[in-house]
Design a protein around this ligand. Structure first.
Ligand code: DP6
Length: 331
């Protein structure tokens, strides 16, 4: 088995001459249009399939970092967190990969700009901003591809949070995962919009990591998932190249539903949908029936993300007045 530490040591070998006192970075959150659902390597977060995402622009994570004496000190949205807090445990385990031989701690101040209590995952932007801040602090001079590989070791979807706009994560096939990284998709499609529809906050009944593992291990329909994603990736990329919005939206919505179908057929089943989620899906379909090109996607939670074009924002917001609209390519 290849360890995370082996990958980190190989990537950072001989680097770090020009570090500073602090490191500071922002990374945007991202929402997958073709989902990452299932790992071929649990340790290195290597995915079964490639995936494709859209960033949330100014919504994401800021990370400020410096060295400190003693154990790590972690602030989340200005609140000091106790050492046993799950966020601290996860962040410290990741920071262990990069510690100086002295074993000194890191003082981390993480701030999320994603609406709080909305139940939207911020681990992707959190790990991506942490890697960028570590790079500054240590002076590694990482390429974005290297930063993507390191962020993946924290959380798979974090490897897509190093860029704004449309991003593709190449699944890769190498056992060490050096060919499993993300990169931006060249596109000047500035009219794309993504909206967050907050239906319910609160903690998830089951984390995406656990649900993903259970799905791969037990779902009666998971065998069809890799081919579904491959076809959806091809469709999405062609739709992006042609700026064919309906084609993109259809493929993204269908991909999300297919992912949730694999969870529903797991044992025991995983269903993140709530009555409000289903009602919102019907509302999206009704709006579409009325002529508004509007599609949804959904991740490991009850909330929906809506995809539409800037020219339809007004009409979409009449149907969904509470929608938080994001510009994936902020100026
Ligand atoms: C449904 O990246 O959170 O959002 O690699 O175990 O940290 P780990 O999983 P994570 O899973 C994201 C799952 C998803 C789909 C996606 O973002 O592609």
């Amino acid at each position: 088995m290849i360890t995370k530490q082996a990958i980190v040591d190989r990537l950072l070998n001989g680097r770090g001459a020009a570090g500073g006192e602090t490191g500071e970075a922002f990374a945007p959150a991202n929402i997958a249009l073709c989902k990452y659902w299932g790992k071929r390597d649990e340790t290195l977060n290597l995915p079964v399939t490639s995936s494709l995402s859209l960033s949330l622009g100014t919504l994401g994570s800021h990370c400020h970092l410096r060295r400190c004496d003693g154990p790590d000190r972690i602030l989340l949205n200005d609140e000091p967190l106790p050492p046993a807090h799950p966020f601290v445990v996860r962040a410290s385990a990741f920071l262990d990969l990069f510690r100086d031989p002295s074993g000194a701690g890191y003082a981390v101040a993480a701030t999320n700009t994603i609406p709080t209590a909305a139940g939207f995952a911020s681990s992707a932007s959190g790990f991506a901003s942490l890697v960028l801040a570590l790079d500054q602090l240590h002076g590694w001079a990482l390429t974005r591809r290297e930063a993507s590989i390191l962020a993946r070791l924290g959380s798979g979807s974090a490897c897509r949070s190093l860029w704004q706009g449309l991003v593709e994560w190449h699944a890769g096939s190498a056992p060490d995962g050096m060919d499993s990284y993300a990169e931006p998709i060249a596109s000047d499609w500035e009219a794309l919009r993504i909206g967050l529809l907050v239906l319910e906050g609160g903690p998830k009944p089951i984390s995406s990591r656990v649900a993903m593992r259970r799905t791969v291990a037990t779902s009666s329909t998971y065998a069809t998932w890799p081919a579904t994603v491959a076809a959806d990736m091809t469709t999405c990329k062609a739709a992006i190249a042609a700026k064919d919005f309906d084609r993109l939206g259809q493929a993204a919505e269908s991909n999300a539903l297919a992912m949730h179908a694999t969870m529903m057929t797991a044992q025991p089943p995983v269903l993140y949908w709530k009555p409000a989620s289903v009602a919102a899906m019907h509302q999206v379909w009704q709006a579409r029936h009325e002529g508004i090109p509007l599609y949804f996607t959904m991740d490991a939670g009850p909330n929906l993300k809506l995809i539409f074009l800037a020219s339809d924002e007004k009409a979409v917001c009449i149907h969904f007045p509470s929608l938080h609209v994001c510009i994936p390519h902020p100026a």
